[in-house]
Design a protein around this ligand. Sequence first.
Ligand SMILES: Nc1ncnc2c1ncn2[C@@H]1O[C@H](COP(=O)(O)OP(=O)(O)OP(=O)(O)O)[C@@H](O)[C@H]1O
Length: 244
Amino acid sequence: MNTETQLGAALTISDLTVDYGGGPVLHGVNMDLVPGEVVALLGANGAGKTTLLGALTGRVPVSDGKLIFDGTDLRQLRTEDRARLGLALVPDGQSIVAELTVEENLRLGALWRHQGHARERAIRGIYEMFEPLERRKHADGHQLSGGERQMLALGRALIAEPRLIALDEPSLGLAPLVVVQIMRTLRATAKERGLTVLLAEQNVTGALSIADRGIVLNLGRVVVDAEASTLADDAALRHAYLGF
Ligand SMILES: Nc1ncnc2c1ncn2[C@@H]1O[C@H](COP(=O)(O)OP(=O)(O)OP(=O)(O)O)[C@@H](O)[C@H]1O
């Protein structure tokens, strides 16, 4: 892994509106992420978290608004070009290639970022981050446990050294101990590299335990934007917007 500290990207989302055809599902959403910040994106099923991440990466068409990634207007760019700028998405469902081994998946993730020895070093860096992956490096993707698959999906995104990583429910279906391990590694890596993180989660407690800030979406609108500790400690706020 490149040991140089990288600068995370800033992201400004202004008046973002998305309409799949049946009326808006995001209604003029605004948020600002500063470089190196870990932000939890929270909200009930259907609040619009996946839609927002899709708009960011270009998988979902935007009806209106601006998406500015370190001064660049993302809406002008195709998904691949957004990735080249340093925007990575780890989608819900753990996007790995099931027919390839763990190591082949990592090699694929590193393809255009690292060559030769640097690629091998980068792969070793991921194994240091997620030890279970090294033990399973010759196993095919479809032989992995849910936790190992999630580690691989995250490792595959991180190996390309993104400047902002967006994750869609990385804890979904995983055992609590694995969630803790993945969340801690994510926070440590983000802070070590200065990586900006946008973490969409239903697991509010897990997400707030590693986030600097929490943003709550409700029916396509931002209803809370607060420090993670404030959101975690304020029972009335939690009860009103997060249902517990
Ligand atoms: N491809 C689509 N076509 C039409 N409507 C969609 C599409 N994808 C999502 N929606 C609608 O947009 C709204 C927001 O959905 P979205 O998946 O973004 O929410 P979410 O917060 O990620 O929820 P979950 O936690 O359940 O994944 C929902 O009402 C959903 O039904």
